[in-house]
Ligand binder design. Structure first.
Ligand code: ZN
Length: 537
């Protein structure tokens, strides 16, 4: 194969031995040369194809270490109910009515991203959704993915009447008169849309049972959204049999859009142990990585577990998925099998449970555990110091601070809210915190994440933890080289050096002259995946 040379570029290699370069060449799926333009051209040979980047910034392809790829594909194929496009009940009704007009009667309508904390009229109800359609069952997912609101047709379709009882770990919300409002919480959601797998009490179940062909089509259609944002690798932090079957089929069909690492959820630990399987397993396109565990719930949903309750009236105490001894037992047993471990943890009280589990895992299995803490919302200063002893990787999502920072300030109080995702503190303690999106919960565009890590501002323009801001260079590293370490692939992706896999993102900007307020709008100009041009603006 002839080489591809990207020249006249501001190359940020993430290679400490040569941090900056003028050009990069790839051939046969590998980085061939990085360095001065003349040297790279000579290495590539006279028949190489050359692209003049016009001074744009070139990075290793972005790695998103916490991105629900298949669920994102589903959400991209559904009604977009995200704020600020949908800022209240009337907007929601309008979007759903428009979808109903082009959807055959009786077919489900699904919407993603509802952020009702921002609605002036408060939480929407089934009656409101009934104004949009009575001919289609409708489910609108809360932005956290843990709650939903449905219309009356959806309740009817699933045979749910006023006499329904709440399942363990979930609830059907009722009004003062005791009638169903259409709001369904956690485990009750499975009664609305049947799920493809039983995950017990190990986490929220968004593994909706849908036809394989439909999921495959949506996954392929999601490709351009990832590649045009410069993403070349994702780690799906919660894969069940549903996701793995679709990813394997897509891989076989050549339609898996990016390199994909999957984290099985802890409900599969015993089954995988029984057949002797543990991560890492697979190849450079599709592999199994760490095992995923849940400690507590979500910040937005009020289920994150804090030592001091939160909410405007202290109404949120939070909840945990396992009692602490059980969490420790699960995590330690996984580590003994050879798994890297990744534990969803938001509040400080849940963090204490998580750290006890990680201590046991590291004691049993040593440094190979490479423990990740997903979201890592509110570790105390003492907990951050303990991260350093245990080699913890905080997996942060600064988009949450932008999307919901104003709500966090109100609900958690200024002192706690400004220390959410204390990234500066983590860097100063010697940790390597990484950046991710948690898409479909938030935007999958890496430069939006980078902007939010650098700016630490809310959507409304207020500050949220400005003292914890990253520099642009730190943020880029946390979304490439350090993200590669978090997914266990630092020997082949995340750095532009000879021999690394040829994943290259050319940004549509020269970061040497891009203002901080312009970062958010930057996408890819050219994306090379596995040595091939996968996207060109
Ligand atoms: Zn997630």
């Amino acid at each position: 194969m002839t080489a591809l040379v990207i020249t006249n570029a501001d190359v940020r290699t993430m290679d400490p031995g040569r941090p900056r370069a003028e050009a990069v060449a790839v051939r046969d799926g590998r980085v061939l040369a990085v360095g001065r333009a003349a040297d790279v051209a000579a290495a590539a040979g006279p028949d190489a194809r050359s692209v003049d980047a016009g001074g744009r910034t070139v990075l290793p392809g972005f790695i998103d270490p916490h991105n629900h790829l298949l669920s994102t594909a589903e959400s991209l194929a559904s009604v977009d109910a995200r704020y600020p496009g949908v800022a209240g009940g009337a907007d929601l009704v309008a979007r759903i009515a428009a979808e109903a007009a082009r959807t055959p009667a009786g077919q489900w309508i699904r919407a993603f991203g509802m952020d009702d904390a921002k609605y002036p009229g408060g939480r929407p109800t089934r009656r409101l959704l009934d104004e949009a359609t009575t001919a289609h069952p409708v489910i609108v997912y809360h932005v956290s993915g843990h709650h939903a609101v449905v219309n009356s047709a959806a309740l009817r379709r699933r045979g749910i009447g006023e006499d329904v009882t709440d399942p363990a770990g979930g609830a059907f919300v009722r009004d003062e008169a005791g009638r169903l409002t259409g709001m369904v919480l956690d485990a009750a959601m499975e009664r609305l849309l049947p799920v493809a797998v039983d995950i017990g009490c190990h986490g929220p179940n968004f593994h909706t049972d849908l036809p394989r062909e439909q999921l495959l089509g949506w996954l392929e259609a999601a490709g351009p959204a990832y590649l045009s944002a410069g993403v070349t690798t994702v780690c799906d932090p919660q894969v069940s049999a549903r996701e793995l079957r679709v990813y394997r089929a897509a891989r076989a069909a050549g339609t898996l859009p990016v390199r994909t690492v999957g984290m099985p959820l802890s409900h599969d630990l015993d089954r995988l142990t029984a057949i002797g399987l543990a991560g890492p397993f697979g190849d450079d396109r599709l592999r199994i990585g760490a095992m995923k565990f849940y400690s507590d719930g979500t910040l937005l949903g009020g289920t994150a577990l804090f030592g001091t309750p939160y909410g405007e009236h202290g109404e949120f105490t939070g909840s945990s998925y396992h009692d602490p001894e059980r969490l420790t037992d699960l995590v330690r047993r996984a580590a003994e099998q050879g798994w890297q471990v990744a534990i969803h943890t938001q509040g400080d009280r849940a963090m204490a449970h998580t750290l006890a589990a990680i201590r046991a895992a590291v004691k049993a299995a040593g440094d190979g555990v490479r423990p990740r803490v997903e979201h890592c919302g509110y570790p105390t200063p003492a907990q951050v110091r303990e991260f350093a002893d245990l080699g913890v990787i905080p997996v942060n999502q600064p988009n949450f601070l932008y999307d919901s920072g104003t709500d966090f300030l109100r609900r958690l109080g200024a002192e706690r809210a400004h220390r959410l995702q204390p990234i500066r503190e983590e860097l100063e303690t010697g940790l390597r915190p990484v950046l991710s999106s948690d898409s479909f919960v938030s935007s999958l565009r890496p430069m939006e994440t980078v902007a939010n890590a650098v700016l630490r501002r809310t959507r409304e323009g207020g500050e949220i933890g400005a003292a914890q801001a990253m520099t642009v260079d730190e943020a880029l590293r946390a979304h490439t080289a350090d993200a590669a370490y978090a997914v266990g692939l630092e020997d082949r992706i995340g750095t532009l050096a000879p021999g690394y896999l040829a994943d290259v993102t050319v940004l549509d900007a020269d970061l040497r002259v891009t203002g901080r307020d312009e970062l958010r709008g930057v996408d890819a100009w050219l994306t090379v995946l596995d040595g091939r041009v996968a996207f060109a603006a």
